[in-house]
Design a protein around this ligand. Sequence first.
Ligand code: GAP
Length: 515
Amino acid sequence: MAQQEDVFKKIVSHCKEYGFVFPSSDIYDGMGAVYDYGQNGVELKNNIKQYWWQSMVLLHENIVGIDAAIFMHPTTWKASGHVDAFNDPLIDNRDSKKRYRADVLIEDQLAKYDEKIQKEVDKAAKRFGDAFDEAQFRSTNARVAEYQQKRDALHERFATALNDNNLEELRQIILDEEIVCPISGTRNWTEVRQFNLMFKTEVGSTADGASTIYLRPETAQGIFVNYLNVQKTGRMKLPFGIAQIGKAFRNEIVARQFIFRMREFEQMEMQFFVKPGTELDWFGRWKQTRMAWHQALGFGTENYRFHDHDKLAHYANAATDIEFHMPFGFKEVEGIHSRTNFDLSQHAAYSGKKIEYFDPESNESYTPYVIETSIGVDRMFLSVMCHAYTEEQLPNGESRVVLKLPAALAPVKLAVFPLTKKDGMPEKAQEIIRDLRFHFNCKYEEKDQIGKRYRRMDAIGCPYCVTVDQQTLQDNTVTLRDRDTMEQHRVNIADLRSIIEDKVSITSLLKRIDN
Ligand code: GAP
């Protein structure tokens, strides 16, 4: 665990050192849970967004995109339920004066039981070698059984408390499980209280009678309030989807784990409108589609899992998370929710507009049901970084840090180096870039020895490097070096585009999921 925390710290500093993520307002010592993306970070982030957007809008004839404003009419948030119920249960430790989310403290405790069980399994696997039967061990080992029983009991109690909105019970669980504050190490806890996560601001001058508005805590409502506009102007037939990428804001009290939980973040959400009664079928389909999108990145199927919700929102009839194995455990990256017709019905009631669909097949009007897929760009970014960050020992005794990013997501696709700064090599290298820059992101580097330049490119995950040398000037060939294998071979400059373009394009990823 400590080792994993160590790796995570290294990833955070790597992000800063190589221009991926900076603390916001860094010169003023940063701001809690707010971050800026640097020159490489923004490229990686844009590529993630492009992969998502194209997978939705290009690959599905019945999905279109919109870009709604961040500010919305204040009644939106009354109708959606956010004003009354977008709360986190918070608890304070009286000694450290630190504030925590009570549900997160308990979830961490559940994860501790999981870790204990896994430790026993790993120990036994080592002891028994090939003869090890994990399923049998899990069902017969007394210690594993004891941990499992405690975990299951806690899980059930926790789910019930959440469903009943029972804040006293949440506190009692924390006391009974002897959960301590990580800072003070004590169990001196306050009561649990609800805290609304929306940021407020004012529109108009106070003299005119300013009104309170909110920074949107999710992009989804911008889609719901545009349902009629899009359905009518696009002549959309059910089932159809509306996709959107945009900023969302939440006053997260417990800011932890770098860009995992931010106060200003970005979401990629798609609301899929379906005929009532078909929603659970579509929920199942979208679960598979979204998992395939993640797994096409090649990070290993074992690093993903579904986590069905213990507490369903009152309007949902199914909900699951796609979790990714981060250095700090399996964590939610995406949520898939079957939201029934709650949002559209609420907006119809609050706006007084009829928000329905006339079904030409059945000749009836109804309020569509909705399946939502909702993924955080920043969390996705973090999972990509965590998986890509690799420290390698090389055969020559040296070591390197390399970001093994999927080539299609890498910020820079090709670096071009002149071997030396003379004999026309820099000019030749620039010529290659001038030609290829229309097709993918290229970078010119002439400073330092070639070995150092390779290391710098490895550290930003650049999949290909090309070196222009004496031979290039005679026969128009260059050495092409592969980031992961570090192998080099000579290729014609004229072939570079065809060798690289397909591998680094978002299309290469889309083809993996289009079946
Ligand atoms: N419209 C549904 C919705 O917003 P959510 O589970 O609250 O659902 C969806 O959020 C996704 O947004 C999460 O799976 C996560 O990736 C991302 N997300 C939520 N809060 C976040 C935060 N404070 N910082 C970064 N990403 C966040």
